[in-house]
Write a protein that binds this ligand. Structure first.
Ligand SMILES: *Cc1c(COP(=O)(O)O)cnc(C)c1O
Length: 479
């Protein structure tokens, strides 16, 4: 007989280290503004500080945490800082962190209803709640023919939409026989890179992805879309999928979904709406205009892990007809057969996504919605939008800057009138200085600063300071 190993953490030890960890995170949030927002590490720094080999013997937890402070923190960019204005936010709010911790503690695999009924049923319930919270069409509810599912990311939601469109267009023929090289998909030149990735994975061939040009406001041109669909039909191809974006990554442009949707109905194409960041705005009834035309969509996704104060990963993906999604992705090997599945009375979310295994993500969403309340969530969105308006007023009244796209929701895209070089200098100087962080994009080939206000800890004073810093840095560079 060999000795029973006893090196796992006992509940008593777990309690002690767990309390210390919560203290560590709370302290971190208290002192977060003392760090340079963008990590100042250079490539290879962090690895060079790590031991070459894994330890032979276990180490005390205190030693591990000391190394987190010493070795890891210098390589962290502080996404939770109120001075983080880059990309789109990746919010970690208190209730969400705790919900995620509980999910880790339970360690549930929610692939089937039977592997933890609460994991599935809370998720279904949260998705139905979201339909009401955002004012989405009721055919996205589980009580209709459609339904929602929590995916890890908008990228994977879009992939599931592309695969469903492919199978619908071929009567499940690609699943059975493989591709015929005739399927065509459409999106705009401003669409997120995940659309092209999904087309690659789905086997359309990237040449079969039509990149439709945009108008002056970076929104897809439906007239060009229709012309292209007609050309493809005339060439004997099979148009089957359109991805419209509500809130593009570069500038939060909104594609004309009503027109695009009408074309999709006319030519029988699957319409997917990618509202990864902007969707959260629909919490506020006065901002729901962003979703005009959504009734015409076959699927829709948005990321609570961006602007809805929920830790990554959490994307809500809705379909109008769940049977198409399930028929596209369902597989039932012997070892997963069980009575509940056979009865047809339950949802098995493994059939709604690419991987088999899945985390209990609905917990953190439930915690967030209950902690903030609908009104609380709306207050934050309204606050961020109001701060963004102020910020864009300041930009607009400073003759050294110009807007590159109309300010939208919580994003301002602007540049220095002297051009790309000066604009990039301003950004590099600000980010190296460490008091704030903002990122860039290119619009019509022009280097553009993106200033996004969506961090849950950001207050007016942070935005005021950021604007002062932008002005000071600009003045210094001009001298
Ligand atoms: C951020 C973003 C995505 C990708 O989001 P993930 O959830 O990280 O996959 C997709 N589309 C748009 C418009 C985005 O802004």
């Amino acid at each position: 007989m060999s000795d029973t190993p006893n090196f796992h953490m006992t509940p008593k030890e777990f309690r002690r280290h767990g309390y210390a960890m919560i203290d560590w995170i709370a302290d971190y949030y208290e002192r977060i503004e003392s760090y340079p927002v963008l990590s100042q590490a250079t490539p290879g720094d962090i690895r060079a500080s790590l031991p070459e080999n894994p330890p032979e013997e276990g180490e005390p937890f205190e030693a591990i945490m000391a190394d987190v402070d010493r070795l890891i923190m210098p390589g962290i960019t502080h996404w939770q800082s109120p001075d983080f204005f880059g990309f789109f936010p990746a919010n970690a709010s208190g209730p969400s962190v705790l919900g995620d911790l509980l999910s880790s503690g339970l360690g549930v695999q929610g692939m089937l209803w039977a592997t933890s009924p609460a994991c599935t049923e809370l998720e279904t319930h949260m998705c139905d709640w979201i339909v009401d919270l955002l004012g989405l069409p009721t055919h996205f509810k589980s009580t209709s023919d459609g339904g929602g599912v929590i995916q890890d990311s908008a990228s994977n939601a879009t992939l599931c939409a592309v695969l469903s469109a492919r199978e619908q267009a071929t009567n499940y023929g690609v699943n059975r026989d493989g591709g015929n090289g005739k399927l065509v998909a459409y999106t705009s030149s401003q669409a997120h890179s995940s659309i092209e990735k999904a087309i690659k994975i789905a086997g359309f061939g990237t040449r079969q992805l039509r990149v439709i040009p945009v108008d002056d406001h970076f929104a897809m041109r439906p007239d060009v879309l229709e012309k292209q669909i007609r050309e493809d039909l005339a060439a004997g191809l099979t148009p089957c999928f359109v991805c419209a974006t509500v809130g593009t990554t570069s500038s939060l442009a909104i594609d004309p979904v009503p027109e695009i949707g009408r074309l999709c109905r006319q030519y029988q194409l699957w319409l997917h709406i990618d509202a990864a960041h902007a969707g959260t705005a629909a919490l506020c009834p006065e901002l729901r205009g962003i979703h005009d035309g959504i009734d015409l969509a076959d699927s829709y996704c948005f990321d609570p892990h961006k602007w809805m104060f929920t830790n990554f990963d959490c994307d809500c993906f809705f379909v109008r007809d769940r049977s198409i999604l399930i028929n596209t992705l369902s597989i039932l090997p012997e070892y997963l057969k069980n009575e509940a599945t056979t009865s047809g009375a339950v949802i098995d979310y493994r059939d709604w996504q690419v991987p088999l295994g899945r985390r209990f993500r609905a917990l953190k969403l439930w915690f967030v919605i209950r902690h903030f309340g609908t009104e609380g969530l709306r207050k934050y969105v309204r606050y961020h939008v109001a701060l963004t308006r102020k910020f864009s007023d300041w930009v607009g009244s400073d003759g050294r800057f110009e807007f590159v796209a109309p300010p939208m929701l919580n994003l301002v895209c602007f540049r220095h009138i002297d051009g790309d070089k000066r604009t990039q200098e301003i950004m590099d100087r600000l980010n190296a200085d460490g008091h704030m962080y903002l990122t860039h994009t290119k619009l019509n080939g022009r280097f553009t600063l993106r200033f996004c206000i969506g961090q849950v800890r950001t207050e007016e004073k942070h935005v005021v300071q950021a604007w002062e810093r932008i002005q000071e840095t600009t003045s210094k560079l001009e001298n």
